[in-house]
Design a protein around this ligand. Sequence first.
Ligand code: SF4
Ligand code: SF4
Ligand code: SF4
Length: 260
Amino acid sequence: MKPRIAFFDFSSCEGCQLQIADLEEDILKLVDIVDIVSFREIMKDHSDDYDIAVIEGSIMRPMDEHRLRKIRNHCQTLIALGACATIGGVNKIRNRWPTREVIKEVYKDANIKDNEFFNVKKTKAVNEVVPVDYYIHGCPINRDEFKYVISSLAMGKKPVIPNYPVCVECKKKENVCLFELGKFCIGPITRAGCGAICPTHGSPCDGCRGILAKPDVECVMDLLQRYDLTYEEMKNRCTMYNTGIFNPKDGMTLVKRGRK
Ligand code: SF4
Ligand code: SF4
Ligand code: SF4
């Protein structure tokens, strides 16, 4: 029997689901190996009978946490899809300010008190609320990686996601390092898997695939020293997708060493 798969969206732009909806003829290959029982972007039908839940988006409100826990209790396998879900992504930028101030800035004097839809808390990634079995990284996700993860699971295999820096893929492409061109790229601490698409096109990596659990701190500190950059600048470069990663509570602290 084919595994039954359902897609759910939380706070997101839905761009990751759109990548899947855009698979075109490959979606036919996908339905050969899995039964899609719920996917709001492409079908009207919905079933609560699913084995794999794919979660897109960050978790903002108590009502979202409640819904996510129900999904987790219901499925055997839960996949976080895209940066909003895997690491909180751009939605976490606002965690840098008190939530009350953010709400005031957005909604001004609108009467939203006691309305659960506006009961917004600090942004959370999916794994801050429920256990996650697999991660499909990126903003947006890489369609090939999505197909690989789903086909692996359908065959009963464990998908392997790169756990080395974007620089590895960038070097393989023989790109000129953007640090040499005066740009600040966080490829050295970011998880690979995107084929170093941004530096290959001249844009520094912003870390959408998440910061490596164990970045090569020695290498990073050497790099900062060589290009006369500071740890603080590195930290600021990470806030687009990875706000809070330098918080020791997150367990992903890039230990500050060396000069500056
Ligand atoms: S990860 Fe990026 S593309 Fe995907 S839903 Fe979030 S903002 Fe959109
Ligand atoms: S451009 Fe970025 S990803 Fe490429 S080698 Fe330099 S630091 Fe690494
Ligand atoms: S290079 Fe960096 S920002 Fe660009 S897609 Fe890859 S991980 Fe994301």
